[in-house]
Design a protein around this ligand. Sequence first.
Ligand code: MG
Length: 171
Amino acid sequence: MISKKINDAINAQINREFWSGYLYLSMANNFETLGRKGVANWFRIQFKEEFAHAQIFMNYLNSRGGKVELAPIDGVPSEWKTPLEAFSATLAHERTVTKCINDLYALAEEEHDFATRHMLNWFVAEQVEEEDNAQELIDNFELVGNDGTGIYQLDAKLGTRTYVAPAILNE
Ligand code: MG
């Protein structure tokens, strides 16, 4: 059984994961429109990952006898002029998500809910990767600047990204 306090905090995090998915889906559509199909592909996969994160939390709540309550998902912005602008927004957003995961971790410790703390270790590691990926893309797009060939090549590279469901979902 899981405490109401932890249950509520996880439901809030589920909503944030869905909101993250919305944000990246909006970015994907934005870059489809701008003809940056590789960048759009990268964000579409990011969207799937975020929905998978929500699924992991939902599975966890269900396995602990908790109650999933899905709140409305807030709207998201819809316009980013360049990949650099979108990846900078991605990094800023992922940093706030990291803070939320850390706060949830601290709450689990405070409540002596060690099962939740254990589950959150996966997300702690995932956030390191999310921030690192966004930073790498910022560095790459800063490096090429306005060089058309460089942008074309980066876009082509991001177009090769494929979605792999997190292994934890199959456990
Ligand atoms: Mg996430």
